[in-house]
Each structure stands twice: as C-alpha cells, then as structure tokens.
Design a protein around this ligand. Structure first.
Ligand code: COA
Length: 263
C-alpha cells in the first residue's frame, strides 16, 4: 500500500490493526473534498488488504474528531452542486464504510459535528472520550445533514431523539450519547486508544469470514426492500463452506483455541 500521497490523513498499521487519523487540526479536521477522497481511497485499500482485520478512525489533536463538512467549500454551491456533493460523499465514503467487510470503529476524541458525526455513524460502532461533543447543527446553517445523518441517527437512537437533535442543532455530551446508544463506551482521552485496541484484539480472535458475514446480515436489517432474515440464512450457510468454520468447530471439539485462517 502506498499512502505517501495523502495530505490530510495519516494511515498506519501493525499486527492486523489499521489506524486512520484525520489530520487537519487547524480546521478541526473538517471534511473537505480532498479529505473525503483520501479517506475513500484508504478504506478501499485497507479492505483489499487481507492482513488488516480491524480499522480504527479518529481525529488528530484533542479538540476534534471532525467538526463537519468543510463549510468554506460549499458555501457558494447551487442546489445541483450540493446534491452532487452529498451523493458523491455518500457513495464514495459513508456507504463504503458502512458496508466495509472489515470492522471499523470510530474513536470520537472531541467535536463530532455534522459530517463528523455522520462519519462516526457510518462506522460499525463508536467509542468516545469524555470530552467529546456530538451534534448535527446543519439546520443552524440553513441546510440538513447530507451524508446520511437523517437516516443513520434515527436508526441508532430512535426517531424522537433524532428529530430533537436535528431540529435543535444541540450538541450532546459523550455521557448523553452513551445513554442514547450513540456510543458504546465513554472513557478519558488517555484511555480511548487502549480501549479501542482491546476491543480490536477481541474482534481479531474471531473468524474474519464470519464477522464480514455478520456485517452484511446486520446491515440488511436497514435496507429498503431487503429481507435481512433471508440474508442471515444465506450468510449462515455460506459460513459452513469456510475454512474458518472448520477450524472453529474443530478447535472447540479438540478443546483448544482456534487459529482462524481467515478464509
Ligand atoms: N468547516 C470549515 N472550517 C471549519 C469547520 C467546518 N465545519 N469547523 C471549524 N472550522 C475551522 C474554523 O473556521 C477555524 O478556522 P480559522 O482558524 O481559519 O478561522 C478553525 O476551524 C477553528 O475553529 P473555531 O471555530 O475557531 O474553533 P472554536 O473552538 O471557536 O469552535 C466549533 C469550535 C466546533 C464549535 C466551531 O468550529 C463550529 O461551530 N464549527 C462548525 C460546526 C458545524 O456547523 N458543522 C456542520 C457543518 S455542515
């Protein structure tokens, strides 16, 4: 993998764990077009890399995860340009992350606003530092969330809470976000990466084939016109054809820990 051309993100990997850091701290890691393109490229490469089993994404510095889409870039757009911006972002990045076969965890280390919260919500699950603040303030700018926020927030927290957060443009604390079910854990800033690594190492002990199948089945619960139960039956059957399944069941019967080949 060649990440040398990235200007706005840093990507590192060790022992099957990749970390993406959005690195525009002077703009609170706001998502401009280049950053979205770089993130999309990085996720595509990391998904193709069979040595990577979990991906973490966070923001550089202690202040922000991502403070939103870069407002300076779209302030002069007309309706058609804005539609194109939202469509391109959703297709190239946000939907890609949600449907990635490799698990993605968001480490919300500060402000996650607008496109920043939408980015975190596209990840498979979220953990936050106790300094994090989350919100979808778009209506305070005269616009609505355009990177999936109106769809994923109600999925995660229910319609009433989502309506309230969007209409008020309020920011909620990490603790409130946890009560709402938006983040799974809240820890101090120092503990955020160690917690992510601990969760990642637990995930990595399991079958990556089965985990990818589970991601597809869970996601199909939220797709229009798709019967997630049917997906589950199909994916359940597929797992039986994998070397991981043979290893997992054999190891259990032999009373030893499995060593999954990941295929
Ligand atoms: N787009 C573009 N630039 C942004 C940005 C965004 N979404 N969020 C922050 N920035 C920039 C600021 O313009 C400022 O740049 P400058 O130093 O060149 O003037 C820099 O990041 C630091 O932000 P600043 O506002 O000075 O920090 P603060 O501590 O006073 O406030 C926030 C922090 C998060 C409350 C504030 O930056 C904010 O409200 N950001 C926009 C949030 C938003 O509405 N996001 C949704 C977009 S759809």
């Amino acid at each position: 993998m060649n990440f040398m051309n990235f200007e706005n993100i840093l990507v590192a990997s060790t022992n099957g764990l990749a970390t993406i850091i959005i690195n525009r701290p002077q703009k609170l890691n706001a998502l401009n077009r280049r950053t979205i393109h770089e993130l999309s490229t990085a996720f595509e490469s990391l998904e193709d890399d069979t040595t990577i089993n979990v991906i973490l994404i966070t923001g550089s510095g202690e202040k922000a995860f991502v403070a939103g889409a870069d407002i300076s870039e779209f302030a002069n757009f007309n309706g058609q340009e804005a539609e194109e911006l939202a469509r391109l972002g959703q297709e190239s990045l946000f939907n890609r992350i949600e449907n990635l076969s490799t698990p993605v965890i968001a480490l919300i280390n500060g402000f996650a606003l607008g496109g920043g919260l939408e980015l975190a919500m596209a990840c498979h699950f979220r953990i936050a530092s106790d300094t994090a603040k989350m919100g979808l303030p778009e209506v305070s700018l005269g616009v609505i969330p355009g990177y999936g926020g109106t769809q994923r927030l109600p999925q995660l927290v229910g319609k009433g809470k989502a309506m309230e957060l969007i209409m008020t443009a309020n920011m909620i604390s990490a603790e409130e976000a946890k009560q709402w079910g938006l983040v799974n854990y809240v820890v101090s800033s120092d503990e955020l990466m160690p917690l992510a690594e601990k969760l990642a190492s637990k995930i990595m002990r399991n079958s990556s084939v089965a985990i990818s199948a589970a991601i597809r089945a869970v996601n199909d619960n939220f797709k229009d016109g798709v019967d997630g139960f049917k997906t589950e039956i199909h994916e359940f059957g597929n797992c039986f054809e994998s070397d991981d399944f043979k290893e997992g069941t054999t190891a259990f019967l032999e009373k030893r820990k499995p060593n999954f080949p990941g295929k």
